[in-house]
Write a protein that binds this ligand. Structure first.
Ligand code: TNX
Length: 514
């Protein structure tokens, strides 16, 4: 159909404006290039929003095969790119007209995880590290469709990007209810798609112990067989965990183990009764929902500390993560502060950096102890003044065991009765805390007993966690986020994610969820 000229110009302007809005995350900006050329270019939808996206005129068409150039020193990015090409049915052929080049450069202007991505006559991905290149590949993946097509059209674009925060985390509680290795692999893939880089495994709690410790086999024989009522029991062998560590590493994700102590230890006490005080008569496994009732007998240091050291030695031999979480939440005990200080020192002696939940701030430790904030009401100012780095998981924003909406079945609301909807997660600004290293969305599993339920609670909210951690608040806006994330739905579908059908994204209505 031939449109009258004025309409055609108007339409071209409109789509160019829309496109500019998409590319910049809804910051109204004048189109940089002639409207007519942009009107035909495919849009840029990247989550988390990159530092800068410079859309140029025209597009790059790709079909059949591409020539791939990749340095030996970036094996993970190469593997990710090859996987992407194979998903899209693009062959590798050194003589193909379109070249994709992965390039490592020694450029001090690029932060560790930073990258540049240029789509012009070919595609060039540049970074200082394999991790940076991995992020570049994920951005390229988001510029392309989720599934194979006869031909691909890419916008000509120059992206420069780097994260605001180094800790972009997801924590999963596998202790209350177990998650199988296959689920965690999928979860790591999905995290990597959104450039999340820390998977914190809450491996132990009252209701279960999930990590094989060879020196203390009863921990999994007894503690591994237990779970919250209705939840899944089970445990990971050391081999499985080493496999997961490598799987995650290849995708730019670090697994951070947590052994929660000195409270939240009923599974531990039930397995090795000597860890309890002698007058303690409640030594069976536990499948209820209460917290704060069990504690290691800190007045028996000769029993407790060697046990803790032996466990940590095995944990550290599995997990190369620099940071190791020692728990420390929700327990009142006169020797609590002493326990945190001694255990943190133990981790430090072993060459790692301890993390404790925020209550650990009462311990007399150096400022290198990282604290994970979960309760905004907690007096954290002194710890901040002392310089403790903070991982931010305030429950009113990041406890995604809370509902996607108020009253969602099988969710907690003790921290926020309106639940923690997508927009709420997105509205957090980590810059409120000067020593923040990043943020982490926490999925507790008292009420999350199946993979599909975990998917519903994690997604799409973790995409908001990713953008909060990656993109500074002054560049973010919810409308732009919703538009970009909404467009990535086919990618989530292709990854098999059973996400919450979030109405804000146009993905469904409240009744269509599980
Ligand atoms: C608080 S936050 C807990 C967990 C629970 C969670 C439920 C924190 C460090 N402890 O033990 O699972 O609330 O929302």
């Amino acid at each position: 159909m031939k449109l009258p000229t004025t309409y055609a110009v108007l339409l071209a302007c409109l789509s160019a404006c829309l496109f500019a809005v998409t590319a910049t995350g809804c910051n109204p900006a004048p189109p940089a290039t002639p409207a007519a050329a942009e009107a035909t270019a495919p849009p840029v939808h990247i989550v988390p929003l990159p530092q800068s996206v410079d859309v140029q005129s025209g597009e790059l068409q790709v079909s059949g095969a591409v020539a791939l150039e990749a340095p030996e020193a970036a094996p993970n990015a190469r593997r990710a790119l090859e996987e992407l090409l194979s998903t899209l049915g693009l062959a590798q052929d050194a003589s193909a007209a379109i070249r994709i080049r992965l390039q490592l450069v020694d450029d001090a202007a690029l932060p560790d995880e930073g990258y540049r991505l240029r789509v012009g006559e070919g595609i060039v991905l540049v970074a200082r590290t394999d991790a940076g290149l991995l992020h570049a590949v994920q951005s390229l993946r988001q510029l392309l469709p989720a599934q194979a097509q006869p031909q691909y059209r890419l916008p000509r674009v120059a992206i420069t990007d780097a994260p605001a925060y180094s800790w972009r985390g997801s924590s999963v509680d596998v202790a209350r209810s177990f998650l199988p290795v296959e689920y965690l692999e999928k979860h790591i893939d999905r995290m990597a798609f959104f450039k999340l880089n820390r998977l914190h495994l809450h491996l132990t709690d009252d209701q279960g112990w999930r990590i094989e410790i060879k020196r203390y086999p009863k921990l999994v024989e007894i503690g591994g067989a237990s779970a919250v009522k209705g939840g899944r029991s089970g445990w990971y062998t050391q081999e499985e965990l080493k496999h997961l560590v490598a799987y995650a590493q290849a995708r730019g994700v670090t697994l951070v183990p947590e052994i929660d102590m000195p409270g939240h230890v009923q599974a531990m006490l039930a397995s090795y009764n000597e860890l309890a005080c002698d007058d303690e008569d409640n030594l069976s496994t536990y499948d209820g929902l209460e917290v704060g009732f069990s504690v290691l007998c800190l007045s028996k240091p000769d029993v407790v500390y060697p046990f803790v050291r032996n466990v940590l030695e095995e944990v550290l031999a599995i997990f190369p993560s620099q940071e190791i979480h020692i728990g420390g939440d929700e327990i009142k005990d006169p020797l609590y502060a002493d326990f945190v200080a001694r255990t943190a020192a133990m981790v430090r002696e072993m060459g790692r950096t301890p993390i404790a939940w925020e209550e650990g701030s009462v311990a007399d430790t150096g400022p290198d102890l990282m604290l994970q904030l979960w309760n905004e009401g907690y007096a954290i100012d002194a710890a901040v003044a002392k310089g403790h780095p903070l991982i931010l998981s305030p429950c009113t924003y990041f406890y995604i065991d809370h509902g996607n909406y108020a009253g969602q079945p099988q969710t907690y609301d003790w921290c926020r009765k309106e639940g923690v909807p997508l927009q709420r997660v997105y509205s957090f600004d980590p810059a409120r805390y000067p020593t923040a290293v990043g943020v982490e969305g926490a999925l507790w599993s008292e009420l999350v007993h199946a993979d599909a339920t975990a998917d519903d609670r994690l997604w799409p909210r973790l995409a908001a966690v990713a953008e909060v951690a990656w993109t500074p608040a002054d560049r973010r806006d919810y409308a732009g986020f919703v538009q970009r994330l909404g467009a990535l739905r086919p990618h989530l579908d292709a990854m098999g994610v059973r996400y919450h059908p979030e109405p804000d994204l146009g993905w469904g209505n409240r009744d269509s969820g599980p």
